[in-house]
Design a binder for this molecule. Structure first.
Ligand SMILES: Cc1ncc(C[n+]2csc(CCOP(=O)(O)OP(=O)(O)O)c2C)c(N)n1
Ligand SMILES: [Mg+2]
Length: 308
């Protein structure tokens, strides 16, 4: 029997919505999550241009469209060890990574966060407790679980994609974390694509249900930052836990281009919601300042003598 070809109802910007969360959230927190989204969005819009102009040494994997997940989680779990796979710019920047060091990394300079040797897919920076991956999808998941086993007092946030969860070693890692009650928040950034193949063509099961079958608490929601913040605040009290987060990437799997319009763009939805909360001006100021700062830093780093 062939797999169903239509998108499930869970592929929606409102999946798992809880009405009133944004209204209940303190304004400072709403704006801080948005500030982190802006950092990632405007960084990657500049990375897009730099890649298109041929100024980057490495392949570039953009987080555009997916920024809200790391932005929200980092406001709950700042200071945790962070493991990501190739689409890690938003996590790096949301968890306090240095913008200039990330630009330098993409340009291939020795002043990059990984000395210019890892590039976009392997961001690694011990200064913010971020461990980069090597290239095999999900290979960092057993390593993240091992880190939690070795350091039981340090929580770990492990980001991966919906394609990565199909690797066999992923399941072993999940089971080990459940058996040993390890402090890991597993975060699936579920953009419904493994390169260009949608989930419905790849598998008939849901990863959050697999996590539950191991006895791990799991939720499956869209990438609304207030919703993510709400669930992670609760889940992080008792780890391990699993968050499957439905999201959309706006650009190509790798490089600077667009496959087509995304199903939704959370960044613009959040801006509209902030306006509805009476925070339009504050949000506009945050975005303008963030954009100007990031553009200035990109321009300045691209002009360093060793950048060409
Ligand atoms: C073990 C392994 N198999 C295949 C690949 C080739 N590959 C690179 S990225 C990718 C898709 C990853 O999809 P997902 O985990 O959903 O992350 P996304 O790119 O959507 O963020 C694949 C199959 C790989 N790097 N490693
Ligand atoms: Mg994916």
């Amino acid at each position: 029997m062939s797999a169903p070809s239509t998108r499930p109802a869970s592929r929606s910007a409102d999946h798992g919505a809880l009405p009133g969360l944004a209204e209940l959230c303190p304004s400072d927190l709403s704006l801080e999550m948005f500030r982190r989204m802006c950092r990632a969005r405007h960084f990657d819009e500049q990375a897009f241009l730099a890649s298109r102009n041929g100024w980057l040494q490495s392949l570039v994997y953009l987080s555009v469209g997916q920024e809200s997940i790391a932005a929200a989680i980092s406001t709950v779990m700042g200071g945790a060890w962070i493991f990501t796979q190739h689409r890690g710019h938003a996590a790096y920047l949301s968890f306090g990574g240095d913008i200039e060091k990330l630009i330098d990394e993409l340009i291939g300079l020795p002043t990059g966060c990984c000395r210019g040797m890892g590039g976009s897919p392997c961001i690694h920076d011990p200064n913010i407790r971020m461990i980069g991956h090597e290239g095999l999808i999900a290979e960092h998941v057993p390593i993240a679980v091992g880190a939690a086993y070795a350091s039981p007092d340090s929580p770990v946030v492990c980001f991966f994609g919906d394609g990565a969860v199909e690797e066999d070693y992923f399941f072993g890692a999940l089971g080990f974390a459940a058996t040993h009650n390890l402090k890991v928040l597993f975060v699936c950034e579920d953009n419904d694509l493994s390169v260009l193949t949608p989930t419905s063509d790849r598998r008939s099961w849901e990863i959050h249900e697999v996590a539950r079958s191991f006895g791990i608490r799991a939720v499956d929601v869209a990438d609304d930052p207030w919703l993510v913040h709400h669930h992670v605040s609760e889940l992080s009290r008792r780890l391990p836990a699993f968050l499957n987060c439905r999201t959309c990437r706006c650009y190509w799997h790798v490089g600077a281009g667009q496959d087509g319009p995304p199903e939704w763009d959370r960044f613009n939805i959040v801006k509209q919601q902030l306006a509805g909360l009476g925070l339009e001006n504050a949000a506009a100021t945050i975005e303008a300042e963030s954009k100007a700062e990031i553009e200035r830093l990109w321009k300045s780093r691209l002009q360093t003598p060793s950048a060409t």
